[in-house]
Design a binder for this molecule. Structure first.
Ligand code: SAM
Length: 305
C-alpha cells in the first residue's frame, strides 16, 4: 500500500550532474537566480527550508536541498541537464556502489535512468555501463534523459536482465552491479491520494510475487564471475522485499557478505540487517527506501578457480 501521506512535504532535492557542471557553479547560478545559499547543512533540521533558500546536503556532496515544492522543471539548469531532480534516498545506491572510472558496471533494471546517470557521473563517463530494462516506453524516456545528462559510457539494452548470460565474454570484467528491481513502491509518498485500501490478501500475494522476482534478480546478479560489489535497493517499506530478500540472497550465495553502510545515517535496516540503510519521511526526510551493499569475501576470491 502506498503511504497515505497527506500533509507530508519533502524537501526538493536537486542532484548536480557533475558530467556537465560543478556543485560550486550550480550554487553560483542559483544565487544569481535569486535563491539564498545557507551553506552546508550540519543536521537534518537544516533541511527544513523556507522558500527561496537552499543548502548543500549533509550526507551527499553533489546534492542541493531546496524548500518543498520549489519548481525546477522549466529551469534552465534542468533543461540543460546540469541538474537532475531526484529524491535524496534514490541517490544512495549509486553513491554507495561508487564504481571507479574505467570499471565495468551493470545497471540491471535501469529505466528511467536516474541512477544510471548518477553512476556515469561517478565513473566520470569512463568505463562501461551496461544498462538493461524490459519496458520499451521507459527506455525511450531513459535515452532522452541520458542524452540530456551527457552520459556517454553506457550501452542500453531492451532486455530481460534474468536472461542476460553472466558467462558472456562481454561481461567478464563486470565488478559492480546496481540492482534496483521493480517493487511495490510502498515507500513512495503520494500526496493527496484517495485510492481505496487494497484487498489485504491480494496485496500479500503481490508482495510474494515481487519478492520472488527480486530474489531471482539478486541470485542472477551475484552469478557474474568477477563481481565484487552489488547494491540492492527498493522504494518499498516492506521487509518481504528488503531485508528478507537480502537475507535469502546471502544464504544462497555464501561467498558474499554485507557491508556496514554510512554509520552517520539515521535509519538502519531492520534487525539483524543493521548494516543496511532504510529511509523514510520522518527519519530522513525522503521517500521510503531500502539499500544493501553486498561484497564478495576476499577469501572467496582467492579460492576461486
Ligand atoms: N533504477 C531506475 C532509476 O533509478 O531510474 C528505476 C528502476 S524501476 C524501480 C524498476 C525497473 O525494472 C522498471 O523500469 C522495469 O521496467 C524494470 N524491469 C522489470 N523487470 C525487469 C527484468 N526482468 N529485466 C530488466 N528490467 C526489468
Amino acid at each position: 500500500s502506498v503511504q497515505q501521506a497527506e500533509g507530508v512535504l519533502l524537501p526538493r532535492y536537486v542532484r548536480v550532474n557533475t558530467l556537465k557542471t560543478t556543485v560550486d557553479d550550480a550554487v553560483d547560478y542559483f544565487k544569481r537566480d535569486g535563491f539564498s545559499y545557507l551553506g552546508e547543512a550540519n543536521r537534518l533540521d537544516d533541511l527544513d527550508l523556507k522558500a527561496k533558500s537552499f543548502v548543500r546536503d549533509l550526507h551527499l556532496s553533489d546534492l542541493l536541498v531546496f524548500a518543498p515544492k520549489t519548481e525546477f522543471h522549466e529551469h534552465f539548469l534542468y533543461k540543460a541537464g546540469h541538474i537532475i531532480l531526484q529524491d535524496k534516498a534514490s541517490c544512495l545506491p549509486a553513491f554507495l556502489l561508487n564504481p571507479p572510472a574505467n570499471s565495468h558496471v551493470i545497471d540491471a533494471c535501469a529505466a528511467p535512468g536516474n541512477k544510471t546517470s548518477h553512476l556515469a557521473a561517478i565513473m566520470k563517463n569512463k568505463g562501461r555501463l551496461f544498462a538493461f530494462d524490459l519496458d520499451a516506453k521507459r527506455l525511450s524516456t531513459m535515452s532522452t534523459l541520458l542524452l540530456r545528462a551527457g552520459v556517454r559510457c553506457h550501452q542500453l539494452a531492451h532486455q530481460d536482465f534474468l536472461k542476460v548470460d553472466p558467462s558472456d565474454p562481454q561481461y567478464k570484467d563486470v565488478e559492480y552491479v546496481l540492482l534496483d528491481p521493480s517493487c511495490s513502491g510502498s515507500g513512495m509518498v503520494c500526496l493527496g491520494t484517495d485510492a481505496s485500501p487494497p484487498d489485504p490478501e491480494r496485496e500479500q500475494r503481490r508482495l510474494g510475487n515481487l519478492a520472488a522476482f527480486q530474489l531471482r534478480c539478486l541470485n542472477h546478479a551475484l552469478g557474474f564471475p568477477r563481481l565484487q560489489r552489488l547494491v540492492y535497493s527498493t522504494c518499498s517499506v516492506h521487509t518481504e522485499e528488503n531485508e528478507k530478500v537480502v537475507a535469502a540472497g546471502l544464504q544462497q550465495n555464501p561467498g558474499f557478505r554485507l557491508v556496514h553502510l554510512l554509520p552517520v545515517w539515521p535509519e538502519r535496516g531492520l534487525q539483524p540487517l543493521s548494516q543496511c540503510l532504510r529511509a523514510s519521511t520522518t527519519k530522513t526526510l525522503t521517500h521510503g527506501f531500502f539499500v544493501a551493499l553486498l561484497e564478495r569475501h576476499s577469501d572467496a576470491v582467492s579460492r576461486a578457480p
